[in-house]
Design a protein around this ligand. Structure first.
Ligand code: NAD
Length: 376
């Protein structure tokens, strides 16, 4: 069987709407679910960017009655999800809109489904299944990074604990994913770099995943090419719409490919690194990526050579990746984020499960610990 005959399965939202200024269609899209909605967002960034006014104007023009819930910051925890769930249950809306980065979309996604199924985040962490659909959910991405607007999971942090864990269900795939690159023009350079690296690495790890197939490969390869071409450009000139468009498309492809092909070791390690050392998610993924590429190279050499060419015009993908992080001014030395040798066993332990199973090469804990020590 050739690579084109490999089994490939793809799940996506009922509607993915992509394109500059597609936010103008939000009113018509929302009305299909009813007249009463809840808009969930983070806080100041949606307001300062002008995106909050823009969304409100569109919803008002369509005579929709909208309640608002805000106050979500990075690494949202289970208690926050549960308090927002209660607010939603009291409001009993026809639809929910989550507008923000991955943190906001994940909270809105989780609260929209727990509102109909009952229980707590902890119940679903422990394996309880969702049996009922979510309140109709529209996800609007305002960063180019996580692709959470199309995925079936929400990453939630344990309150007062050092862990992040997903809850997931096919019922959690948003009904509508709206990706309008103009909403990302306000993202500052540091967050553009961190979130853009997440988009790139999601495509990269999905492309080389054990679970990759021809459908996801096509999207992931294009996603890598677009991040390679536009990430630095968007960081250097935040108002470069072409760069924002390319990066937004890469992020969307990253979401679709992670959902359907899985990720790898760099993503698995990003959770303990991010949560224990306060490192933003995309940057936490980037810290180990070049080393993980070196470790995995022999299992996917042709694909990795393509990645090197797409990112830096050279065959060595770890060098091409490092050139990119260097040009973004991102140190990949773990000690510069406060990681010490003594922390390594815990990081290894907390990286288990999840994405590690899709890494192209199987690996034991001692190998992962060695890889981390080499990055100190
Ligand atoms: P984020 O949502 O935490 O946002 C980062 C910062 O960007 C925030 O300060 C926010 O206010 C600001 N911001 C957002 N939009 C902006 C805009 N248009 N203009 C100016 N500032 C803006 O970061 P993120 O990287 O988008 O999301 C990270 C979270 O997503 C993590 O918790 C990660 O684990 C999770 N995640 C989820 C999935 C999934 O499929 N569910 C996938 C990957 C990551």
């Amino acid at each position: 069987m050739s690579e084109y005959g490999l089994r490939s399965e793809i799940r996506v939202p009922n509607l993915i709407l992509f394109g500059s200024n597609t936010i103008e269609e939000l009113g018509d899209l929302s009305k299909k679910f009813g007249n009463r909605g809840v808009l969930i967002y983070g806080g100041s960034s949606l307001k300062n960017s002008g995106n909050h006014d823009r969304i409100n104007r569109i919803l008002k023009k369509n005579a929709l009655s909208i309640e608002e819930i805000s106050g979500i910051s990075h690494d949202p925890d289970n208690e926050l999800v549960e308090s927002i769930t209660k607010e939603i249950q009291n409001l009993n809306p026809d639809f929910i809109i989550g507008a923000g980065g991955g943190s906001v979309i994940d909270v809105a996604k989780a609260a929209s489904i727990i509102a109909t199924n009952g229980g707590t985040v902890g119940d679903y962490w422990k394996g309880k299944s969702f049996t009922k659909p979510s309140i109709p959910f529209i996800a609007i991405a305002t960063t180019s990074g996580t692709g959470s607007e199309v995925t079936k999971n929400a990453v939630i942090t344990g309150k007062g604990a050092y862990f992040k864990k997903s809850i997931r269900s096919d019922f959690m795939i948003p009904n509508i994913a709206l990706v309008d690159p103009t909403l990302t023009l306000s993202v500052p350079p540091d967050i553009t770099a961190e979130t853009g690296l997440d988009a790139l690495i999601q495509n990269l790890e999905a492309y080389t995943s054990k679970n990759a197939g021809p459908i996801t490969d096509t999207l992931a390869k294009k996603g890598i090419e677009l991040s390679g071409r536009y990430l630095l450009r968007a960081v250097q000139r935040s108002d470069d719409l072409e760069a924002r468009e390319g990066l937004s498309l890469s992020s969307l492809y990253g979401g679709i490919t992670l959902l359907n092909a899985g990720l790898g070791l760099a993503h698995a390690l990003s959770h303990p690194l991010g949560i224990r050392f306060g490192i933003p998610h995309g940057k936490a993924c980037a810290l180990t990526m070049a080393k993980v590429i070196q470790y995995n190279y022999s299992a996917r050499n042709e694909k990795y050579e393509e990645i090197g060419m797409l990112l830096g015009g050279i065959k060595d993908p770890s060098v091409a990746f490092t050139q990119l992080t260097d040009s973004l001014g991102i140190s990949t030395k773990l000690s510069s984020y406060g990681v010490k040798e003594d922390d390594i066993p815990l990081i290894v332990e907390e990286s288990k499960g999840g994405s590690r199973r899709y890494n192209p090469i199987d690996h034991d804990d001692a190998t992962v610990a060695k890889l981390l020590r080499e990055l100190l």
